[in-house]
Ligand binder design. Structure first.
Ligand code: 5AD
Ligand code: SF4
Length: 343
């Protein structure tokens, strides 16, 4: 479906019954296209180490309050096996950005081992930041199936304001990475934060149109949540209210579903930071993927991109969704239909 930028801006701004209408429409498109299905990815936050210093994120290198951890290869492998045995068709391996050559090599070997020991019956989603095209190619060959790299915002001026101004944080480099991921054959996911400082409705509309234009296979988008140990906390009075951010994120999910009926859209955990049933609302607005967290509990407090209540990470979201009549797809890969259709 094609929707003009002006229409998107108006839809983003809808509230109350009009917003309910919008989300119902999107939910119907999702149900008609991919069924009343919710796909699962078992989320493993395997290290909170990060070489970047994004102004919004609690894991930024300069935040000395974070206790850094790195799960051992054996532990990551065991978690992958646990996910496989418990019929999560996919795992999502998420980390900060680590560029160390040894790590890159060993991580690839680990992917290959997971693939081999599961007889290729487990999909692997990677969310490990910007890497060179060679590294992406190597990880793909080792067994990575999908890669999630959020563009965060498609307005380069905002991008510059929410990141340090140096070589490590470069908008064009980010775009290039998305293209490289596509070139080496990953199912490619991207997305953005909504409700950022400096961001207006037109910016969010541009972000949504970018996702369509780039022809992404999957999306993770969520509300910006201020974190007291980050520079952007200063701007906390210059962003939409928590309620408005929740509305904007849910409306964005719905609009994206209308723009791209057959992609995978994750219902972001950050939605749960703004409402007790935020992720359920995301599914009812057109999302079709959830990522239950299986990271060992001792690490969860140290993986705070934004300030979150640890209870959120323990919520049995699959069970909650069944109450809404959703079919939770245990044992299914849940590949992006869009990717398959494009190929
Ligand atoms: N609020 C919401 N999302 C955040 N992320 C990082 N920091 C925050 C925050 N304060 C998101 C970014 C990043 C992903 C891993 O987490 O979009 O891509
Ligand atoms: Fe690192 Fe990602 Fe946080 Fe940026 S958003 S500081 S790259 S973990």
């Amino acid at each position: 479906m094609s929707i003009s930028k002006q229409e998107i801006i108006e839809l983003l701004n809808t509230e109350n019954s009009q917003a309910q209408e919008l989300r119902k429409k999107a939910y119907k498109i999702k149900s008609d296209t991919i069924g009343k299905n919710v796909y699962l990815r078992a989320l493993i936050e395997f290290t909170n180490a990060c070489e970047k210093d994004c102004y919004y994120c609690g894991l930024r290198k300069s935040n000395a309050d974070v206790k850094r951890y790195l799960l051992s290869e054996d532990e990551i492998f065991d978690l992958a096996m646990f996910a496989h045995e418990n019929k999560f068709g996919s795992i999502a391996l998420q980390s900060g950005e680590v560029l160390d050559k040894n790590y890159v090599k060993n991580f690839g070997k680990l992917l290959a081992k997971i693939k081999q020991k599961t007889n290729n019956n487990l999909r692997i989603v990677l969310s490990c930041g910007e890497q060179s095209k060679e590294v992406y190619k190597y990880w793909k060959e080792c067994g990575g199936d999908r890669y999630l790299l959020r563009i965060e915002t498609t307005n380069p001026k905002i991008y510059e304001k929410i990141h340090p101004n140096d070589d490590k944080h470069n908008f064009q480099a980010r775009l290039d990475c998305l293209q490289h991921l596509r070139d080496v054959g990953f199912q490619v996911g991207s997305g953005m934060m909504v409700g950022l400082p400096y961001q207006n409705l037109e910016d969010i509309a541009d972000d949504l149109l970018f996702l369509k234009e780039f022809d992404i296979d999957m999306c993770g988008l969520g509300p910006f949540i201020e974190h007291s140990k980050t520079p952007l906390y200063e701007k906390r009075n210059e962003i939409p209210s928590r309620d408005k951010r929740l509305q904007l994120a849910l409306n964005s999910v719905a609009i994206l579903r209308m723009l791209m009926p057959d992609i995978n859209i994750a219902s972001a955990t950050s939605l749960d930071a703004l409402a007790k049933n935020g992720r359920e609302q995301g599914i009812l607005a057109g999302a079709n993927v959830i990522m239950p967290n299986i990271t060992p509990e001792r690490c969860r407090e140290s993986y705070n991109l934004y300030e979150r209540n640890i209870a959120i990470t323990k919520k049995n979201v699959a069970k909650e969704l069944e109450k809404f009549g959703e079919q939770v797809c245990w044992g299914k890969f849940g590949d992006s239909q869009h990717y398959r259709n494009r190929k």
